[in-house]
Ligand binder design. Structure first.
Ligand SMILES: Cc1cc2nc3c(=O)[nH]c(=O)nc-3n(C[C@H](O)[C@H](O)[C@H](O)COP(=O)(O)OP(=O)(O)OC[C@H]3O[C@@H](n4cnc5c(N)ncnc54)[C@H](O)[C@@H]3O)c2cc1C
Length: 415
């Protein structure tokens, strides 16, 4: 089956890999450089411990309260663009306990074998930087700790092991933390993956498997014959025929699917990261500073800070005030942060967000050979291998690893 995958981010490349291994004749078309979109500067975490969906009770209300705070970790840009307003209103309807629990359950299923799948990638010769340092969720206040702990039962029943830490026990787990951090949850199984090394290695493996990976090729439209897509058309008017098409284009997925006549709301949730090389402090584990909502990830020779969720942005420009808030959170959380040398240029990227906080994986109702794999919001790296498997199950009529009820929850036809 000649399959065109649109988008060479971590999700598109993992999808292409799964399909190539299954014997499909795969071509990846990437508008820019593979791995250079949202996948490039993310927090580098296989964030199993942080699989909660973005629409949580009170989240949008908090965003609205913070609207006038230029350095807040969550921001909703005011805009009257009708699609964006509808997206926010839709998200508001999912900010309740029931949908939050259902979303977490879905993520826990989709990510359940993430570590095993990444191990399998490495066994297959996909060579990338991975660490198993676990993650420490670090809290300043008991209030935030208790709020977060409300979702722990779901993690427990999904088999996740974690440890509750209070007072000095937090510093025993991570000696670099300052007195400001009073509470912690340590999840030992969480991993860290340097995302560029993963996307680079996936491209290499795809080429080894005989797949074609083309960079600088932007898909502009589709050729259809009845309910079948027969080709994609690039911005250079090149027509590339296909038996099946997978749209895995991050935030632009929504615009591409609209050209096929299917509405799938995916909007940007902009975030930032800053790399320090050499790392200013030694860490035993990766962390999330929960009050500031900043991830701190030690990688080979580098420390990465990442954070902020900005709705309504139309570009990947860096907002200096938000970046400074990320730096400040590190200064406050670590006693010997100092004035680090080796800070690299801050990066901004757009997470593909959906109104219900769940990914979009499956076949489109409006075309029998068009599929989508996108909308992974804060968890694209974590969920990429699992999502690729689910997509391949659906495309190749294999026995799906997810139940029909879970598949319906991530279907592109749910909107
Ligand atoms: C600050 C930040 C921190 C994050 N931290 C984590 C984390 O720790 N763990 C985690 O699991 N996730 C994290 N994420 C989320 C994760 O990075 C994303 O969910 C993931 O990268 C999405 O991957 P993707 O392949 O869908 O999109 P992208 O990486 O954006 O890739 C889409 C690709 O499609 C291409 N494309 C677009 N339009 C076209 C077209 N018309 N034709 C051809 N190609 C096209 C783009 O050029 C791009 O390369 C974070 C994100 C951010 C911003």
């Amino acid at each position: 089956m000649k399959t065109v995958v649109i988008g060479g981010g971590v999700v598109g490349l993992a999808s292409a890999y799964e399909l190539a291994v299954a014997g499909c004749d795969v071509t990846v078309l990437e508008a820019g450089q593979c791995g250079a979109g949202a996948s490039h500067g993310n927090a580098a975490k296989v964030a199993l411990a942080e699989s909660t969906p973005v629409p949580a009770p009170g989240v949008l209300l908090q965003g609205i309260k913070w609207m006038l705070r230029p350095d807040s970790p969550l921001s909703i840009r005011p805009s009257v663009a009708p699609g964006y307003l509808k997206f926010l209103l839709r998200m508001a309807t999912h900010c309740n306990a029931r949908d939050f629990a259902a979303g977490l359950d879905l993520h826990l299923h989709l990510g359940s074998d993430a570590n095993e799948l990444f191990d399998e990638y490495q066994r297959q010769g996909i060579d990338f930087e991975m660490h198993d340092r676990g993650v420490l969720l670090a809290f300043e206040t008991k209030e935030r700790f208790d709020e977060h702990s409300a979702s722990l039962a779901a993690f427990e029943s999904a088999g996740h092991v974690f440890e509750r830490l209070h007072g000095d026990a937090v510093r025993t787990a991570e000696p670099a933390l300052s007195e400001r951090i009073r509470h912690g949850l340590f999840f030992p199984a969480d991993r860290q993956i340097e995302p560029d090394s993963l996307t680079r290695a996936l491209v290499g493996k795809l080429q080894e498997l005989g797949a074609t990976v083309r960079e600088g090729v932007s898909v502009n439209s589709f050729v259809r014959s009845g309910d079948t897509v027969t080709a994609v058309v690039t911005s250079d008017a090149e027509v590339i025929t296909a038996d099946a098409v997978v749209v895995a284009a991050g935030v632009p997925t929504s615009g591409l699917l609209a050209k096929l006549g299917q509405k799938v709301p995916i909007y940007s949730g902009k975030g930032y990261s800053i790399d320090y090389s050499p790392a200013p402090i030694e860490l035993r584990t990766s962390l999330t500073l929960e009050d500031a909502r900043v991830a701190v990830t030690p990688l080979n020779g580098t420390l990465r800070l990442a954070g902020t969720m900005e709705f309504g942005s139309r570009d990947d420009n860096v907002n200096g005030v938000r970046v400074e808030a990320i730096r400040r959170s590190a200064r406050e959380a670590f006693h010997s942060w100092g004035e680090p040398v080796g800070e690299k240029a801050p990066w901004a990227g757009s997470r593909p967000m959906t109104p219900d906080g769940l990914p979009v994986i499956g076949r489109l109702d409006i075309a029998k050979n068009a599929y989508v794999n996108s909308g992974h919001s804060m968890l694209g790296l974590t969920l990429a291998p699992g999502s690729a498997k689910v997509l391949a199950d659906v495309m190749l009529d294999r026995r799906p690893s997810l139940s029909p009820e879970l598949l319906a929850r991530i279907s592109p036809n749910r909107f």
